[in-house]
Design a protein around this ligand. Sequence first.
Ligand SMILES: O=C[C@H](O)[C@H](O)[C@H](O)COP(=O)(O)O
Length: 224
Amino acid sequence: MSSTTNEKIIAAKAALKLVEHGMVVGLGSGSTSAIMIELLGKACREGLNIKGVASSGISEKLAIKEGIPVISLDVAPKIDINIDGADEFDTKLQLIKGGGGALLREKIIAHFASKNVIIVDSSKKVEQLGSFPLPIEVIPFAQRKIMDELGQMGLSPQVRLHNGKEYRTDQHNSILDLDIQGQTDLETLQSSLINIPGIVETGLFLNTTNLIIMGSGNETKTFQ
Ligand SMILES: O=C[C@H](O)[C@H](O)[C@H](O)COP(=O)(O)O
């Protein structure tokens, strides 16, 4: 097993301790969240009584396979805890997410969750966000014009591809990956992007996270 995978498992095991009987749990997306879902599934099979709200079709399928009762956000009375991964984080608990294209539902769940816990391996910690291109979800109808505007803003948008075709999200939208290196005012960047009609959401998670659990070697480090 790679040291990165080991760190993801260590972080997920630490997060599992925060999940209590009766909770509604937000299920993140990506490889670290998949490890979390597998751990939750095992705990459910051993008697833990929780319900999950999935942030992507892939996570929903995995959760069902693992035996976690999955409910839709609409019928969830509340989300007690949301456990998700990240592509980058800084010590101000700001994140870039969406490497796997699930940023929109992830952000919706993060907004409605009482507590947001991010689990990561140590490669995800950065001084300043932006080495990882920022994913944004856009309506395909407006994609070309949005790309022109983002190009003028110096953000070098790239259309995300999958198997040689344009990638589509669970909502059938496109993902553009932006170069935000050197951008220090992330709140303003978020506002500028979200104010462009046709941009549905961005992968900047600036004010949602309560706790980050990072696997570091054989230990965990926390940021809160
Ligand atoms: O869209 C995907 C999500 O934001 C993931 O949580 C993020 O890409 C991190 O994924 P991983 O745990 O595979 O590094």
